[in-house]
Design a protein around this ligand. Sequence first.
Ligand code: UN1
Length: 494
Amino acid sequence: MRVDYGNFINGEWVPAISGETFESRNPADSSEVIGTFARSTAADVDAAVQAAKAVGRDWMLTPAPERADYILRAGLILEERKEEIAHVMTREMGKTLKEARGDIQEGIDFAFYMAGEGRRMFGETMPSELRNKFYMTVRHPIGVVGLITPWNFPIAIPTWKSFPALVAGCTVVFKPGEDVPLCAALLTDIFTEVGIPAGVFNVVNGYGEEAGAALVDHPDVAGISFTGSLEVGRTINERCGRQMKRCSLELGSKNIQIVMPDADMEIAVEGAAWGAFATSGQRCTATSRLAVHNDVHDEFTEKLLTRVKGMKVGSGLDPEVELAPVINEKQKNRILEYIQLGQQEGAKLITGGNELTGEGYEGGYYIEPTVFDDMTADMRIATEEIFGPVTGIMRIDTIDEAIDVANKVEYGLSCSIYTHDITNVFRGIEEIEFGLIYFNAPTIGAEIQVPFGGMKNTGNGHREAGPVALDFFTEWKTVAVDFSGRLQKAQIED
Ligand code: UN1
């Protein structure tokens, strides 16, 4: 079934002002058109921002538990429709059904978590140095926020951004990834169904350079929350900087799994296979580097090869498939170029490396699970984000060397260390420059009740989800109440 969606502005689906559209296609078979969607420009963005601005005050004054109640009910509907939306997700962006269900489950979990936040929204009280004076802090929503999301988690990431924004009292203009507009439309329909007031949540579809850029530059947008590439994030950061606009960036990474000699080898291999190849390596948490101790290098590599060679590649709808297609032609070519580059740089291709065509793969963007050995820390395949089913093994001899290699990239999202040695654990906690550190667990699979985000060029210091989820969307107001009945002067001796 082919659908047709416009933009969602002030509670209604409307076509782009220009009348232009674009298509979303199935990466497992690109001859299948999922639907057509509004291709927005600055004029559409302006209409959406004006709608969000017009209801901003009323939404801010709506009690937080009431705002959160919409999120709770959205979560309940997501739960009810999990299977149906999972199928749409697999058709629209390729990931396996099992993973599509997981993506939606993250959204459900986060809905229930954020719904509770509506009844907390804690501030603090502090004592005053003066008599009869009271201090407290309260949260204040920043206003209209622009949410720009990628295609790899088409439900989870939009919920990480929109749920806390709405609970905080911000109104939203959402620009979904142009590869997944149908998933975004299904989430939007859920907001309509729970009766969120018109104008509170708006969607503009289209491309980053056209719709996304207009949202970033709009003077009535108080904050931008973006997940995507470093290259785009840098531009957004610059543009927001000039406008004194808040901006939260969740960008690329070059994550690493370290395997020490005392690790449980079976678990380390399973963790690497899952971390590197789930979502076909298209997660910002994907294990794209493996640093394996020399003493266990051969054993680990052999076991990993056996595991990876057994992976079935195919459509995400096939329950046997572990490796689904990558998102589009452009990404496919980029990944294949990196595989070539790795060989030119001197890394040893030990399995995979090819595009899969022919029977069962017609029209799809399939790449074999690919593993390099003899990768060294300064190669481009070891430092640049590939975002595909490619990982590489490096050799290390000590925990010092492992930490050095791990930190030798400009990114810092997710690191995992397989070890039972308490010294390695605490050395890692203290010295690793990554926002997420896992021990004896893969680099992927963060849960929603913990802060998510990275160090260095992975971001700009903000965290999503977890107890800090509201921070980006609110300002702290410090409130002082003097009930002494006279002028009291702080810091001044009488
Ligand atoms: C992403 O790839 O942008 O930790 C998010 C994980 C998932 C989220 C990934 N919960 O792998």
